[in-house]
Write a protein that binds this ligand. Sequence first.
Ligand code: PLP
Length: 456
Amino acid sequence: MYNKETITKLNELDRKHYLHPTSSLKQHQESGPKRIFTEGKGIYLTDVNGNQYIDALASLWNVNIGHGRKELGEAASQQMGKLAYSSSFNNLSHETVIQLSEKLASMTPGDLNVFFYTSGGSESNDTAFKLVRHYWKMKGQPEKKKIIGLERAYHGITMGATSATGIPQFHNMTTSISPDFLHAAAHKTNCELGDKSDPDYFRSIRGIIEKESPETIAAIIVEPIQGAGGVIISPDGYLEAVRKLCDQYGILMIADEVICGFGRTGKMFGVDNWNVVPDIMCMAKGITSGYIPLGAVAMTERLRDNLAAVSNDVLFHGFTYSGHPTACAVALKNIEILERENLADNSRQMGPELLKGLKFLEDKHTIVTKSRVKGLLGAFELFEDREQGIPFNPEKMAAPKLVEECLSRGLIVRAVTFGGTNIIALSPPLIITKEEIEKITLILSEAIQAVKNNLK
Ligand code: PLP
């Protein structure tokens, strides 16, 4: 616990000098930072006042192995002592990136055995977009450059990733999105299988491909489970239908595994739940459990071989930190822990416990509905009248109020309010126990009661 003077100073300096990511500027300037954290251990974070919080979002869906793992610091320290950094440009290499690539190849499905490295999810997605366009161009089809993403998808905040994102609020922040990004209605499995009688047919991926012509479409990008859009789980058969569609029309399939990867959904990767193998898989977050920035783009050996066959020139794409040795060392240690502690299995086993907790909330509170869980990715929604399907007026701020009530009770969860929704997302560290899930449920229940009283 810090003394009062230090806390006041930190608050002042934060307000004066720190522009927070994805935060309300106005709120920050009026009230300063909401909490200042100092320590993390397991599923808990501690703030400057000595208060403890259950981090039920694994911070940003990323701290999969939990906080405070000294082994990762030791791996980083060892690597820094030996070779902190060296470049991979111009076909230079180092041992740790080779080891990580071999390890990832043993984990990813199908022949997704070739890896490019970035510093995070947005960079991974932008890399994928550039690679697929480059691929078609080198194959003599430069007009094949459009990317189809899904409505409510979130792919990050670099220009390509923002453009592929299907949440208008992220587009509105900038004056224009990049050309050649299209958005399809999500999860219209029947349309993707060819059901033209559906009025949404021309908003589906298949409808858009037919309208635009497959000769203009480079790739389709999907999250196996939409995370930031509100934990929307692909219905069974959907990813399979998208894979078939891509094969039918000669389009590349990109899976955005930035949240789903590394055990989050009860399998090592989200697509493993449906046995689908994309052509490209984008990863970040859980690859290091957030201990150090790292992202990766997996591509099939087939794709790399095709590219190599038609490319005579340098691949003009690379970040200074592509294949950063220290980040790779941390990733290797993180993966060792994930495997040693069977955390994907724990995620699969704890999923039903989390769902049980959310169902308990539904039984207890009439404003709670639509609980869903896959592995340790879960959500529920708040409705004014769930029987009649009447949502809360957005001005009532039901979900953001619940987040605040939780925070004041030592629980961190996330509100998703895009499109007038009031979704509460949960994504705890994969080390969580049944007892800890029960604790989360009880805090949520109290907080929901407080919101109900407040909204009366
Ligand atoms: N893709 C998905 C599915 C994400 O959830 C995120 C971040 O939340 C990103 C991409 C962007 O990753 P980053 O914030 O590391 O750039």
